[in-house]
Design a protein around this ligand. Structure first.
Ligand code: PLP
Ligand code: COI
Length: 353
């Protein structure tokens, strides 16, 4: 399908790398493709970044028919730009779409739109260490009716934002609060899908944690509030007595691409990795006995983020002496090395633009 290009003649001034933060600045263009039940996906286009105009009854505004993805374009040390496992994001977008009865998209078409867009915006990929161009595809139902049905019209849009680190702590350990009141998702619900509603449901607990000085919450399962699930914007891993333990994909947590990549790196280096149920009691015991050696989160925005303190029911547990652990550092170095093209990609994960 031919992608139409309308150039933005009013280019913005690019921000200083030191002011980036996360998701505050946006590039000059956005990519868009429209879907209708009659025509399927049509009219792929890259157009000037601008406000959207949608009908006040649009499905997304009332019933939350929205899913999204997050991936990054990295500036290689040879000056080129590359993506990290983009097909994984496209496959997950389609898995989310199926769960929310939104239209799925041909994987090759989605990859073509994404890569053409990154080509147009590649000058926005910052050069400074630790920075990247965050890409945010999102897909929403756009019927002009208040009836609750599967949608007949939808839009897929990709926007891009030059970013620095997600947490103000950067690679320094973050403090995480274990939430025992609100729940994020239940099996059979939408926990495994990357839909906006999951984040809306998470905000109250996240705010309570932030008000107490914690970066994010660690969720427990929605039924028994007993098993560890994931953090607000990342999956979570623990090193307990030398073994890496991470919650299994039970349907209520996001199947993170960074999580999958960490597991593959760990296994390739001979670490024992267990994907299984991990109860809060087991974690509490491991924290109290010193068996918990490291804890870290992993995600596209957060990269690999050491956890230096966990708080559960008012009791604070320091993890790893509040410092980044060896395995956490190794994963950070390996993944960021591959992503920024500084170390050889023996896994075949990078996709040059
Ligand atoms: N879990 C949640 C709730 C997230 O928002 C994210 C971020 O995308 C992740 C996990 C990590 O997923 P990924 O590594 O694919 O970015
Ligand atoms: C990502 O890591 O890409 C995410 O989507 C996290 C986000 C909610 C900030």
């Amino acid at each position: 399908m031919e992608i139409k290009f309308i150039e933005n003649v009013n280019k913005k001034v690019k921000p200083e790398a030191s002011t980036l933060g996360f998701g505050k600045f946006f590039t000059d263009h956005m990519a868009q493709i429209t879907w209708s039940q009659e025509k399927g996906w049509h009219n792929p286009r890259i157009v000037p970044f601008e406000n959207l105009s949608i009908h006040p009854a649009s499905t997304v505004l009332h019933y939350g028919a929205e899913i999204f993805e997050g991936l990054k374009a990295y500036r290689r040390k040879d000056g080129g730009v590359q993506l990290f496992r983009p097909m994984e994001n496209i496959k997950r977008l389609n898995a989310s779409a199926e769960r929310l009865c939104l239209p799925t998209i041909n994987e090759d078409l989605a990859l073509e739109l994404l890569t053409e867009f990154v080509k147009v915006e590649q000058a926005w990929t910052p050069y400074q260490e630790g920075t990247s161009l965050y890409l945010r595809p999102f897909l929403f139902g756009n019927d002009e009716t208040l009836g609750v049905h599967s949608v007949h019209n939808a839009e897929l849009i990709i926007i891009a934002s030059p970013v620095g680190s997600y947490y103000k702590e950067g690679i320094n350990p973050v403090k995480i609060m274990i939430e025992d009141e609100d729940v994020r998702a239940v099996r059979g619900g939408t926990g495994f899908a990357k839909c906006g509603g999951n984040y809306a449901a998470s905000t109250r607990a996240g705010k309570r944690a932030e008000d107490k000085g914690y970066a994010q919450v660690l969720w427990l399962d929605g039924v028994e509030r007993k098993y560890i699930e994931e953090v607000g914007a990342m999956n979570v891993m623990f090193k307990i007595n030398g073994t890496i333990v991470t919650p299994m994909l039970s349907g209520s947590i996001l199947p993170g691409i960074t999580r999958k990549s960490c597991i593959e790196v760990l296994k390739s280096k001979g670490f024992k990795v267990e994907e299984r149920l991990l109860s809060i009691d087991e974690l509490k015991n491991a924290m109290a006995s010193g068996a918990l050696e490291e804890a870290f989160g992993c995600g596209t925005a957060a990269v690999v983020s050491p956890i230096g303190e966990l708080c559960y029911q008012g009791v604070k547990y320091e993890v790893g002496g509040g410092k980044i652990g060896e395995v956490t550092q190794m994963l950070y170095d390996t993944l960021t090395g591959i992503q920024w093209g500084k170390v050889e990609d023996t896994f075949g994960w990078t996709y040059k633009i």
